[in-house]
Design a protein around this ligand. Structure first.
Ligand SMILES: [Zn+2]
Length: 175
């Protein structure tokens, strides 16, 4: 088990469209999954996508848990999401605070659908069909964007709508 270097916005792999995973059972993919899990845990993130560690593959981890970075996050055992798709979106988009391990020190209010129907393969190759709502729907959309070369900054009307983490902490403490 090793932790990987998390690439920062500006690296070409973070703006590339990633390739589907075709060999879920390969040693390379198994190792990547182990390393992504330890990397996101160490970084106290709620998700990490393969392109963030330089692997242009359609795979991400969701691992929501309350933390200093996301105090209101629901608890979810780490899930491996492979070749994900959004089949349907429900309701309006709503704004919610996001950060990103590849956009260090920034937070912004990002519009996301509050409910989505998705499918994906897990690490054993089983297909899952699920409806995700709220924060989990938000993580899924954020991580899926990474597989399409998009960071949350590109979802803003204006890059300057992103604020420093220190400012964000002040704002959310005062609410
Ligand atoms: Zn991110």
């Amino acid at each position: 088990m090793s932790t990987l270097t998390i690439l920062q916005r500006g690296e070409p792999v973070l703006s590339a469209v990633a390739m589907p995973v075709s060999n879920i059972d390969s040693a390379e993919i198994k190792q990547l999954i182990i390393d992504l899990k330890s990397t996101v845990a160490l970084a106290k993130g709620v998700g990490i996508a393969a392109p963030q560690v330089g692997k242009s593959l359609r795979l991400f981890i969701m691992c929501s848990a309350p933390s200093e970075r996301y105090p209101d996050a629901p608890l979810l055992a780490p899930s491996v999401i492979i070749n994900p798709e959004i089949l349907n979106t429900h309701d309006e988009q709503e704004l919610g605070w996001e950060g990103c391990l590849s956009v260090k020190g920034k937070r912004a209010l990002v519009p996301r659908y509050s409910s989505i129907d998705v499918n994906y393969l897990d690490e054993t190759g089983i297909m899952h069909n699920q409806t995700l709502t709220g924060f989990l729907a938000r993580i899924f959309q954020h991580e899926l964007d990474h597989l399409d070369g998009i960071t949350f900054i590109e979802r803003l009307d204006n890059e300057s709508d992103a604020i420093d983490e220190a400012q964000w902490r002040q704002k959310t403490l005062n609410n």
